[in-house]
Design a protein around this ligand. Structure first.
Ligand code: ATP
Ligand code: MG
Length: 372
């Protein structure tokens, strides 16, 4: 992992200035930006430019730790605190003492843990799970997320007090497509370091191929660019890179990427969202009618399949427009659960949410899948 955020765009130059200003202090930092923009590079850079650089940098991916054990992972536990806690254990905050902790995917931290985290942020104090002794640590906190935390606050997935506390110093890294002048520099850097590390000779890139690379919109940001450089070098040894080589990897027509996404015109953002959900519900309803027809035809034994479709999901547009977002979300969740065998993991996958998020919402809306 690189310690230096490369780029000569004005945005990256400014970010590097901010890094230099904040690194020597102990102030906590929130780093935001899309996936692959370099948030971890910034966290590394801050730690390495700080006076703690000879102390540990502990990296914790909050999204990857199951909700049930995240508190004990972060804050440690006493012996016998829960089944399986056969020994006392120090958590990441204690391991990071005198150094830095990098809490990645902070938007995925469960609400219950956020309370404890806010206290550490403010006082450096916490208690181990099952413990009654207050432990104080000296840890510099850096957090990162690719989520829009303000939206998470509105959706009640993230505490507002923690959000306001965290965002006081926010380093936002814009997507690569908004700082196109960095693409060439990063391309050269990634190809050069890969060739050196693997003893490969780089024979250059045709101009039209390079133009394509520079105009592509890189939805996966620098990570996608890095992977692209590595793949193209490995699979095209001993030759100059051509436009057709590049197109094999970046299949979207570069000119397409300049086209704006379709916009839903509506009086307010909320009504636009409701219109969108309304259309989604209509599509779901038409799917369900198709499935019902198929099932009824298949049901040669004459058993009724009505049980599966007891709920009425026919929501007229007027009704949707008078519902709150919470009510609509609740309807959609119930619908998805009923039609996915009450499988929360599956529903989470379809809705592109973490299962933990869906469980949290089920609790919030008092939905009991087993009763649907
Ligand atoms: N400006 C940059 N200079 C040098 N390397 C970079 C830069 N931006 C990104 N990279 C490289 O791109 C890859 C992705 O960066 P990083 O892991 O920091 O992204 P991220 O924002 O943390 O993404 P995610 O949200 O998915 O965790 C890494 O290999 C990193 O070294
Ligand atoms: Mg990251």
């Amino acid at each position: 992992m690189s310690y230096q955020l490369l780029g000569d765009s004005i945005q990256i130059v400014e970010i590097n200035q901010t890094i230099k200003q904040v690194a020597p202090t102990d102030v906590s930092i929130l780093i935001t930006g899309e996936s692959g923009v370099g948030k971890e590079v910034v966290a590394n850079s801050i730690h390495h430019l700080s006076k703690r650089n000879n102390k540990p940098l502990i990296v914790v991916n909050c999204g990857a730790i199951p909700e049930g054990i995240i508190e004990s992972e972060l804050f440690g536990h006493q012996k016998g605190a829960f089944t399986g806690a056969i020994d006392e254990r120090r958590g990441y905050f204690e391991l990071a003492n005198t150094g830095t902790i990098f809490l990645d995917e902070i938007g995925d931290m469960p609400l219950s843990t956020q309370v404890k985290f806010l206290r550490v942020l403010e006082t450096g104090e916490f208690m181990r799970v099952g413990g009654n002794k207050v432990i104080k640590v000296d840890v510099r906190i850096i957090a990162a997320t690719n989520k829009e935390l303000s939206e998470e606050v509105l959706n009640r997935n993230f505490r507002d007090d923690l959000y306001y506390r965290l965002r006081s110093i926010n380093i936002f890294i814009p997507p690569l497509r908004e700082r196109k002048s960095d693409i060439r520099l990063l391309f050269d850097y990634f190809t050069d370091s890969y060739c050196k590390a693997n003893n490969i000779e780089y024979l250059g890139t045709d101009q039209d191929a390079m133009d394509f690379i520079l105009n592509y919109n890189w939805p996966g940001n620098a990570r996608e660019l890095k992977n692209f450089c590595e793949s193209i070098l490995v699979l095209n040894p001993g030759k100059k890179i051509t436009l057709s080589d590049v197109k094999k990897y970046l299949q979207i027509d570069a000119s397409d990427t300049a086209r704006p996404l379709p916009v839903i015109f509506s009086k307010s953002k909320e009504n636009a969202e409701k219109d969108f959900l309304f259309r989604a519900l209509l599509e779901l309803k038409s799917d369900i009618i198709d499935i019902r027809d198929i099932l009824e035809n298949l049901n040669s034994a004459g058993q009724s399949s009505a049980g599966l479709f007891e709920r009425d999901f026919t929501l007229p547009k007027e009704k949707i427009l008078s519902m709150t977002m919470d009510e609509i979300e609740r309807e959609v969740l119930i619908y998805m659960l009923v039609h996915n065998y009450r499988n929360v993991e599956k529903v989470a996958g379809i809705l592109k949410q973490t299962p933990r998020n869906i469980y949290r919402k089920l609790k919030m809306y008092n939905i009991k899948p087993e009763e649907l």
